[in-house]
Design a protein around this ligand. Structure first.
Ligand code: C5P
Length: 391
């Protein structure tokens, strides 16, 4: 597999030499591209000797006479890694500027991009940089977040380049799963549902939709066509995913059945309300001194209905449980007739609802129990889909 390693002008540029070596040891063919500023810290010769390939800087560098290297490299790269990525280059690629070899290759590629930022903490939290990173994420770039610590300029904060191991892990996960879902349709339910009490009030829950976003990005990175059926959320789904917005569980059921007709994989990441008010009052339920009871009726089970209607699809559920016991997950797997269920212990701090990390235990129909370990939600999503492909 081919990796183009882009190196920007940060003091951490020296660490890219080791990263190039690590990538080569892991079996990748590595070609390096420096920005102008990177040359103040490292030289093309260093990377040419290390990788055995030409190292490019200027858009018009042409190691093979008559061949446009920026197009060749963009086409041939299976993965593009930018490490260290400076605020300047991140902001340029988010806006579509191509004024050197690296940014031009990024403009011309359709391959996944791993970005490992390194910069002064204030530059990192700068609105423009954060907006650029979120925009790139929405276009399915993988951001390996910088670490907190003492940075070269003497300040303390988040801005240190992530460890080479973390960057390598992101590349390896991408490489392992890449293209395994080409031609497949993955349908994901995501977010909470809102069950109307009257025209202004509803019953709902704290689901953020972040796991649904991660699953959609992971499925796209693996080559799938993705449909997300989402309850009301603030998060942004990848731009190339088809997103069907719904409010109630009944609407989510209809939309998921419609999308699921040609689905190969259906993942139920939504936190569907188990009950809805028996009657939706027109207008507003008025206040009085008397106590008020609300009659609730059960909602249909969406993924159980999908599994029954489309037995050819692999239907995978989630079980967010307040303990690490797997009995409840196993019972849900059976009752809903699922291919597998991903259990996560929501009583653990730092994982589950609205957090950026997760830790999954996948129980399969064949009785296997597989553990992801604690990973970013995107890491968990790539891991989960990889397991589903192997089922
Ligand atoms: O039964 P429980 O809600 O705990 O099961 C969780 C799993 O079932 C999740 O995958 C969730 O998306 C799905 N589910 C569903 N429809 C429901 C309730 C849960 O699809 N009405």
């Amino acid at each position: 597999m081919n990796v183009v390693l882009g190196v920007c002008g940060s003091i951490a540029a020296y660490r890219a030499a080791d990263l190039a070596r690590n990538l080569m040891r892991s079996g990748f063919t590595v070609r390096v591209c420096l920005t102008d500023a990177a040359q103040k810290f490292v030289t093309p010769a260093l990377f040419e000797v290390l990788t055995g390939n030409p190292c490019l800087i200027d858009t018009f560098d042409e190691p093979e006479m008559g061949r446009m290297a920026h197009i060749d490299w963009a086409r041939q790269a299976d993965i593009i890694v930018i490490a260290p990525a400076t605020a300047n280059t991140i902001n340029k690629i988010a806006t579509g500027i191509g004024d050197d070899m690296l940014t031009t290759i990024v403009l011309a590629t359709t391959s996944p991009i791993v970005i490992a930022p390194a910069m002064n903490p204030q530059m990192y939290v700068n609105d423009a940089t954060q907006a650029a990173l979120r925009k790139l994420e929405a276009h399915a770039a993988i951001i390996v977040e910088p670490q907190e610590g003492d940075v070269a300029c003497g300040e303390h904060g988040q801005g240190k380049l992530a460890s080479n191991q973390e960057i390598l892990n992101a590349v390896m996960t991408l490489a392992a799963t890449r293209k395994s879902l080409i031609g497949k349709h993955v349908v994901i339910t995501s977010g909470p549902t809102q069950e109307a009490i009257d025209d202004v009030r509803y019953l709902s829950n704290h689901s953020s939709g972040k796991m649904g976003v991660a699953l959609a990005r992971a499925a796209q990175l693996m080559g799938a066509r993705v449909t997300v059926v989402s309850g009301p959320v603030k998060v942004q789904y990848p731009l190339n995913a088809q997103v069907v917005r719904v409010q109630s569980a009944l609407e989510m059921l209809d939309a998921t059945l419609a999308a699921g007709a040609d689905a190969d994989i259906v993942i139920g990441a939504a936190a569907v309300a188990d009950y809805r008010p028996a009657i939706r009052t027109a207008g507003k339920v008025r206040r009085s001194d008397a106590s008020l009871s609300l009659e609730l009726v059960p909602n249909p089970d969406i993924i159980a209905t999908v599994a029954k209607t489309y037995p050819g699809a692999s239907v995978v559920g989630f079980a967010a449980e307040p303990s690490s016991e797997l009995d409840v997950a196993r019972e849900k797997l059976e009752r809903k007739n699922l291919a597998a269920i991903a259990s996560n212990d929501v009583s653990q701090p730092g994982i589950g609802f609205d957090s950026d990390q997760n830790e999954l235990v996948l129980v399969t129909r064949a009785g296997q129990t597989l553990e992801s370990g604690r990973l970013s939600k995107l890491g968990c999503a790539l891991w989960l889909l990889d397991q589903v492909v192997r089922l």
